[in-house]
Design a protein around this ligand. Structure first.
Ligand SMILES: [Zn+2]
Length: 393
């Protein structure tokens, strides 16, 4: 595949690579039970480019063929009570505020189907669901036929499946051609002119402003702001009704309707190109600061990081690739416990193992989980210092 020399979103040639990381693990969320295999995982380059015209950020070095979203792929986050509550609130919002009731709900990239199942399980809401995901692995029909799944992509060949609502959460950032995905959804909705679309994806403005070095990784090849996501939807035949932030500012949430008008597309890079430049200038200093900090903390006792998802994997690979300072990584997902971190091979453990491993410091990858983890540690009576990773150094 040749490199994309134009912005995949607006087509502009005004793109500039601002950050390069060579040989990063292509996968962050694989279950790997063998340490050596974890260290020998496939690697690729991160060559992040920013479009000066629309503010879209993408990995110009991305090769889709490197990725395998098969049965070993697991990014389940609902083992965290905080995250489970976030999902539950989002579903309540859709059903009660947005009146997603008696609707045919399609989910593009439904993963294991947890979100869609919850949307359909609330019986009073009267919804039926149809989930699409090539990595789906489970029964094709559930809840007396009200819930169906297809192990494939959703696209124009699905135009015969009517939809009132389309949900697409945490998918578009994995797609190197987001316009292709949106055109494909728009074509599939040709017979559903009333359809509403709800999309969730990380906000790159939050990553750049907070300088979250572990939020740029290979699985995510497309990074949006509210402006660039709106540009993409408007140009794909949707009318954007709302685009705002959720999850403490980390996520973007966009609501759109099918439109038959051809709107004038306004590209708004805002300050993203400048923020990208500033971020890139500081990344090496931030890495060095973390390494100095870990070295100092390691002198006092063992260190764990909390969260073996993409953030934890990226942090460990950037800061401690040779396993010098971090003893282990905690994750509440029992499927991940006993596995090894892709790229570095750090062991993934249950938090109850921290005491016997002699861990004295835990670094938290996502500040949203601070209260929940503090409580877990207090209940288990572990005397462990808890650092929030994103705190200013
Ligand atoms: Zn662009």
């Amino acid at each position: 595949m040749s490199k994309n020399n134009n912005c995949p979103l607006c087509g502009s040639a005004s793109i500039r690579i601002f950050l390069t990381r060579r040989k990063v693990p292509v996968h962050q969320n694989l279950l790997i039970r063998d340490r050596e295999r974890a260290t020998k995982i496939a690697r690729g380059d991160l060559e992040l480019a920013v479009c000066e015209k629309c503010g879209f950020i993408f990995n110009q070095g991305f090769r889709l063929s490197e990725l395998r979203y098969g049965e070993e792929y697991d990014n389940t986050q609902t083992h965290s009570p905080f995250f489970a509550e976030y999902i539950s609130n989002l579903i309540d919002y859709l059903i009660f505020e947005k009146k997603v009731q008696n609707c045919r709900v399609l989910e593009v990239g439904c993963g294991k189907g947890l979100f869609l199942r919850k949307m359909v399980e609330i019986e009073d809401a009267g919804n039926s669901g149809y989930g699409f995901d090539p990595s789906y692995n489970g029964p094709e029909v559930e809840l007396e036929g009200r819930l169906q799944f297809a192990k494939r992509y959703y696209g124009p060949d699905c135009a015969g499946i009517s939809a009132d609502v389309v949900i697409c959460r945490h998918v578009i950032e994995h797609v190197p051609d987001p316009m292709g995905l949106l055109h494909s959804i728009r074509q599939a909705l040709i017979n559903s002119p009333q359809a509403r679309v709800f999309v969730e994806t990380p906000c790159v403005g939050w990553i750049l402003r907070k300088r979250v070095i572990w939020d740029f990784f290979y699985e995510h090849c497309s990074y949006f702001t509210a402006g660039s996501l709106t540009t993409a939807f408007a140009a794909s035949g949707f009318h954007v009704e709302d685009a705002r932030h959720l999850f403490g500012g980390q996520y973007l949430w966009l609501e759109a309707k099918v439109s038959n008008l051809k709107p004038a597309v306004i590209r708004t890079p805002a300050s993203i190109p400048q923020l990208a430049t500033r971020y890139a200038r500081l990344e090496n200093d931030m890495k060095t600061c973390w390494q100095i900090k870990l070295k100092k903390l390691a002198g006092k006792g063992k260190i764990a990081i909390w969260g073996a998802g993409a953030k934890g994997v990226t942090f460990a690979n950037l800061i401690d690739p040779a396993c010098e300072w971090i003893d282990c990584v905690v994750d509440l997902n029992p499927q991940k416990q006993g596995c090894y971190l892709p790229g570095t091979g750090h062991p993934i453990v249950n938090y109850q193992d921290l005491g016997k491993r002699g861990v004295t410091t835990t670094i938290l990858m996502n500040p949203n989980y601070h209260a929940e983890i503090k409580l877990l540690l207090q209940k288990s009576k572990f005397k462990i210092n808890l650092f929030t990773g994103s705190q200013e150094l």
